[in-house]
Design a binder for this molecule. Structure first.
Ligand code: NAG
Length: 290
């Protein structure tokens, strides 16, 4: 009797766990590890703020302690102000190994008064070549803005202040690779890329402005944490949990996405005919919003 009661309790408890994905956020000390740059990366304000800096000798970076198999991540960033040409701030999810998956935001600095380029890419099994670039509708150095990655079994959505800027749908059933099996970690870095980032390397980083600093706050993550081969969300969470794991773009947000793409997209691999003389990658023709 006692044994079966506790078995029932254990069962009830484990089925409760099925529907719970983990929520993290708020403390950089708990959620992240500084991986390079030594004292160029700093956690401040009791874990509420993180800053990265770049000087002539080195950039800096951090990564999440956890790895995720599906995630909805929000982070507020304030980018390097002034003459930031040649600097690159990265913020991305990436798995391990030679056939990795990766979901990228990169912010390419510019001369004072000239717009940043927001560069995005999606890698599946080690292959990227899916660049889309945007200008922003605000000055990303004047204040913090929220940059989000939603990665779930339906697709990947990149958003800025809640406005979707890019969607990469899961079209595995049509033969397009999509990341569903390799857990990813969140990374961010600030580094010098003046060999390519600014007009193909024409504008060099102005080291008299160093150190360059980018800032982070309000990390928030709804995630399925992957640990020793087990996800903190089971397959049950997908259907029963609803929410972010099955979220996709409703009509209103589709319209917002189109608005951004019409007005702020400056490069789209899916319309670069010269680059794909043999025809566009399959996701470009299957999915107009690719
Ligand atoms: C910098 O500003 C120029 C001029 O507006 C623009 O053409 C370019 O795309 C911007 N971005 C980078 C990374 O150079």
């Amino acid at each position: 009797m006692a044994a079966s009661a506790s078995a029932a309790t254990a069962l009830a408890f484990s089925s409760l766990l099925l529907f719970v994905s983990s929520v993290f956020g708020g403390n950089f000390y708990q959620d992240f590890e500084i991986t390079w740059g030594n004292d160029r990366a700093n956690i401040l304000d009791n874990g509420d703020l993180l800053t990265l800096s770049l000087d002539r000798d080195s950039g800096s970076g951090f990564r999440s302690n956890n790895v995720y198999l599906f995630a909805k991540i929000d982070m507020q960033l304030k980018l390097v102000p002034g003459n930031s040409a040649g600097t690159v701030t990265t913020y991305y999810l990436k798995s391990e190994g030679s056939t990795w998956d990766e979901i990228d935001f990169e912010f390419l600095g510019n001369l004072t008064g000239d717009p940043y380029t927001l560069h995005t890419n999606v890698y599946t099994q080690g292959k990227g070549d899916r660049e889309q670039q945007f200008h922003l509708w605000f000055d990303p150095t004047a204040d913090f803005h929220t940059y989000s990655i939603l990665w779930n079994p339906e697709g990947i959505i990149f958003s800025v202040d809640g406005t979707p800027i890019r969607e990469f749908k899961n079209q595995e059933s049509s033969g397009v690779l999509f990341p569903t099996k390799q857990p990813m970690r969140l990374y961010s870095s600030l580094w010098n890329a003046d060999d390519w980032a600014t007009r193909g390397g024409l504008v060099k980083t102005d080291w008299s402005q160093a150190p360059f600093v980018s800032s982070y706050r309000n990390f928030k993550a709804d995630v399925c944490v992957w640990s020793e081969g087990v996800s903190s969300c089971s397959s049950g969470a997908h259907s029963a949990g609803g929410g972010w794991l099955s979220e996709n773009l409703d009509n209103t947000r589709q319209q917002r996405l189109k608005w951004v793409q019409r007005n702020y997209m400056i490069y789209n691999y899916c319309t670069d005919a010269e680059r794909f003389p043999q025809g566009y990658p399959p996701e470009c023709t299957l999915n107009t919003a690719a």
